[in-house]
Ligand binder design. Structure first.
Ligand code: MG
Length: 305
């Protein structure tokens, strides 16, 4: 019998690197993507189309994509915060666009200058533009949305399940087929993961859910476990656990891809990754960043060897 498949979206080249002090060139970042693909990644957040004034680590997003010609079976995702970013992605070879949104007004206003209602309007305008462009040459990249601060907001505090259910429902009603719930500041626990997944399903029963966890407070893998137990089959992770949390100085980043792969494969799931190649990629990026990976697998190695 084949093992159930869990899809891991590699976010190291975007969420990881954008929270690291060391700024890497577009050339090195494209190399990073290729190494991750060689280790088994099939969906990768390759770049963020934000203004380099705000996120210098993501400068040259177009150059990263230009170094990654389209390949069958590989999907490179460009992250955007608004319509301007969306238009920039359209001019590249990116296979997917992910629109970042926030579950709270506080984070939305600080991060992209938009309240929750304004973010929904922004997403609706992007969706409408796609409908108008239908039939034009060249396949439009597929669209997903990520909702940040689902488990807590550095400005507004606790986030309720009702708040999440309402917003997820509004996003799904626009026709967005995949919605990611993100624990941006690593405030969640496994039991609240179950609750927020149930809340999202209550208003968006047909949307694919994806979960994005940060290991800021050591609950990342437990949260991933809870998500899988709740039936979610798409999880974000960053190799080496690179990145951090801008609101928790010294924190590690997303859950480490190699730690997640190890846990899932030991548990009988298939992820499509080569764990040894992944650990190698983790060490490689650690050298580029001048600090060893924080992942457990890069220190302890696999079992059995
Ligand atoms: Mg994140």
């Amino acid at each position: 019998m084949s093992r159930p498949f869990i899809q891991i979206v590699e976010v190291g080249p975007r969420d990881g690197l954008q929270n690291e002090k060391t700024v890497l060139s577009p050339e090195v970042r494209a190399d990073f993507v290729r190494r991750l693909e060689a280790a088994g990644a099939r969906r990768i957040e390759a770049a963020s189309f934000v203004h380099p004034k705000y996120v210098p680590q993501m400068a040259g997003a177009e150059e990263v994509l230009a170094a990654l010609p389209k390949e069958a079976g590989r999907s490179r995702i460009g992250l955007v915060l608004n319509g301007r970013g969306y238009d920039r992605v359209l001019a590249t070879s990116a296979d997917e666009v992910n629109v970042a949104m926030s579950a709270t007004n506080g984070f939305g206003l600080k991060n992209q200058g938009l309240s929750v209602d304004q973010q929904v309007e922004m997403l609706a305008a992007i969706v409408a533009g796609r409908a108008n462009a239908e039939g034009e040459p060249g396949a439009a990249p597929s669209l997903s949305a990520t909702l940040s601060c689902v488990w807590g907001c550095p400005f507004d505090g606790e986030v309720s399940a009702d708040q999440v259910a309402d917003l997820v429902g509004r996003i799904a009603a626009l026709g967005v087929a995949e919605i990611a719930l993100a624990d941006t500041i690593g405030a969640g626990d496994p039991w609240s993961v179950t609750k927020k997944v149930e809340a999202a399903r209550s208003t968006a029963p047909h949307a694919a859910l994806r979960l994005h966890f940060h290991d800021t407070r050591n609950t990342g893998l437990a949260n991933a476990y809870a998500g899988v137990e709740a039936g979610v089959t798409i999880l974000d992770a960053s190799v080496g656990g690179i990145g951090g949390c801008p609101f928790a100085p010294g924190a590690t980043g997303n859950i480490a891809t190699e730690d997640l792969v190890y846990m899932l494969e030991r548990g009988g799931f298939d992820t499509g990754y080569d764990l040894d190649a992944l650990i190698e990629a983790s060490r490689w990026i650690g050298e580029k960043l001048g600090k060893p990976a924080s992942s457990a697998l890069s220190r302890a190695g696999r079992f059995p060897r």
